[in-house]
Design a protein around this ligand. Structure first.
Ligand code: APR
Length: 230
């Protein structure tokens, strides 16, 4: 059974990572769009670097929850038949043990060099303009996909979505494309679709099975069902 799981901020909420659209839309006094666009970075790089430095530090002190753990358990059972595609920039999936993982919106724990394109693992603050470990230029930015930029590994994701038997969406509002379109794509290619979210999202193509509740409760139960059926 080939499964694609798409995750969003809701899966990390119980770990203490704030979501985007449940919150007031303001973090540290900034509109998300003011710190999450290439234009914002050009206009005020210090503010943008400081914003992501703070997020990187905050995520370093939280832990995976039962939902991340359950998906790692599902990978142990299914191996490469399972692909987890996350919109999250935290590293809680990998810390829980998931390996077959795509970070389509990038990672807080990497930097992106605007001079040479390197994406080094990065745990320190960027606001001080440290040199790139590959080319030495002081042009590192957070390796996070901003509004108006193209997400990572879209071909790989789309191939997996059209080929899967089950498509599950966990903890995402379905407000941002292309991720929001994957349920329609999976459905069109015959997959069974399931949503595990605090509240049912208003997806254009409805899910076959929409379960409302906390990811920490819903995901372990769903994983048990999948493992029992496979
Ligand atoms: N369990 C399950 N779902 C939850 C929980 C929880 N404990 N808490 C919140 N949710 C749900 C909310 O109901 C909401 O539908 O998680 C969803 C979070 O939605 P958003 O805040 O919009 O986050 P997400 O869908 O990941 O955002 C997508 O938008 O700003 C960009 O690039 C950013 O990757 C992000 C993208």
């Amino acid at each position: 059974m080939r499964i694609v799981v798409l995750t969003g901020a809701g899966i990390s909420a119980e770990s203490g990572v704030p979501t985007f659209r449940d919150a007031d839309g303001l973090w540290e006094g900034h509109l998300i769009e003011d710190v999450a666009t290439p234009e914002a970075f050009e206009r005020d790089p210090d503010t943008v670097q400081a914003f992501y430095d703070a997020r990187r530090r905050a995520v370093a002190s939280v832990h995976p929850n039962a939902a991340h753990d359950a998906l790692a358990r599902l990978e142990l059972a299914l191996g490469e038949q399972l692909l987890v595609v996350t919109q999250n920039v935290d590293d809680l999936h990998e810390r829980a043990g998931t390996r077959n993982l795509v970070h389509m919106h990038g990672e807080l724990r990497r930097a992106l060099c605007l001079a040479c394109g390197a994406r080094p693992v990065w745990d320190a603050d960027l606001v001080w303009r440290p040199p790139c470990p590959v080319c030495g230029e002081r042009m590192l930015r957070p390796d996070v996909v901003w509004f108006g930029e193209v997400p990572y590994e879209l071909d790989r994701i789309e191939q997996a979505v059209v080929a899967c038997d089950v498509f599950a969406s966990i903890g995402t509002s379905g407000a941002v494309y292309p991720a929001a379109g994957y349920v329609a794509l999976a459905s069109a290619f015959g997959a069974r679709t399931v949503e595990l979210n605090l509240v049912a999202s208003d997806a254009v193509v409805p899910f076959d099975d929409a379960r409302a509740g906390r990811a920490g409760d819903l995901v372990p139960a769903w994983v048990d069902e999948i493992i029992a059926a496979s």
